[in-house]
Ligand binder design. Structure first.
Ligand SMILES: C[S@@+](CC[C@H](N)C(=O)[O-])C[C@H]1O[C@@H](n2cnc3c(N)ncnc32)[C@H](O)[C@@H]1O
Length: 222
């Protein structure tokens, strides 16, 4: 997809429902939260016209929505209900250098593939660092059998490598799917997507007295 296609993409997708990954993550939080929990914060990376951001706003979330294309941010803001706008912080920024702020939920649906490999890895580290224990990542990531694999500047990751990036998380939802389908603008495309929701584990409690290992008798400590 070229940059010139983005306004058409936003026009086609602005009224589409949120991706299931985002809704599943929001449902999981809702099942844990009591009635008096203050609005949670999500960061939507590569938000496009904001199908996910707006679904979260409608559920009372605060959202930081980020996209490199000003047209995306304009489409998102224009489509956001007035009553939700105070909880939306929409920013033009490049995910290649963006540091994800601390939040409850990071959403990254079909956006990270546009980062070259080193930036893709950096973005995952930033996403993982942004969520504390109990926080979640909801993502749809291009898999390595996608038709775009091998295109310059596009990163299609193997399901195994995506799992490896989720160290410290419990994977709550995981769909690895492949099909001959169509892109949003109608182009035929062999699609391979890994779709997931993962929750950051609480750190394991320290056992009393657990510290530096006791050196084996007769061997000097190193
Ligand atoms: C396929 S669209 C998906 C948009 C939205 N997540 C959705 O599912 O409707 C990918 C989005 O990522 C944005 N994007 C691509 N590369 C980016 C980058 N380096 N920094 C920020 N946004 C980027 C594009 O502008 C586009 O809006």
């Amino acid at each position: 997809m070229t940059n010139e296609d983005w306004p058409a993409y936003y026009a086609v997708t602005v009224d589409r429902p949120a991706w299931w990954t985002t809704l599943a993550a929001a449902d999981l939080f809702a099942a844990e939260d009591g009635p008096d929990v203050p609005p949670r914060l999500a960061v939507d990376l590569g938000c496009g016209a904001g199908r996910d951001s707006r679904a979260l706003l409608r559920r009372g979330w605060r959202v930081i929505a980020v996209d490199r294309e000003p047209a995306a941010i304009e489409a998102l803001v224009a489509a956001t209900r007035k009553r939700d706008r105070a909880r939306l912080d929409a920013r033009v920024a490049d995910l290649a250098t963006f540091t994800v702020p601390p939040c409850d939920l990071v959403v990254a649906n079909v956006s990270l593939q546009f980062l070259p490999a080193a930036r893709f890895a950096r973005a995952w580290r930033s996403m993982a660092a942004a969520v504390g224990s109990g926080g979640r990542i909801a993502a749809m990531v291009y898999g390595d059998r996608d038709e775009s694999a091998g295109d310059p500047g596009v990163t299609c990751a193997s399901p195994r490598s995506i799992r490896a990036r989720l160290r410290g998380f419990d994977v709550e939802r995981w769909v690895d799917r492949e099909e001959d389908g169509h892109m949003a603008l109608g182009d035929p495309h062999h699609i391979h997507l890994v779709e997931l929701v993962a929750r950051r584990r609480a750190p394991a409690p320290q056992r009393p007295g657990a510290g530096a290992p006791t050196p084996a008798p007769g061997r000097p400590a190193t």
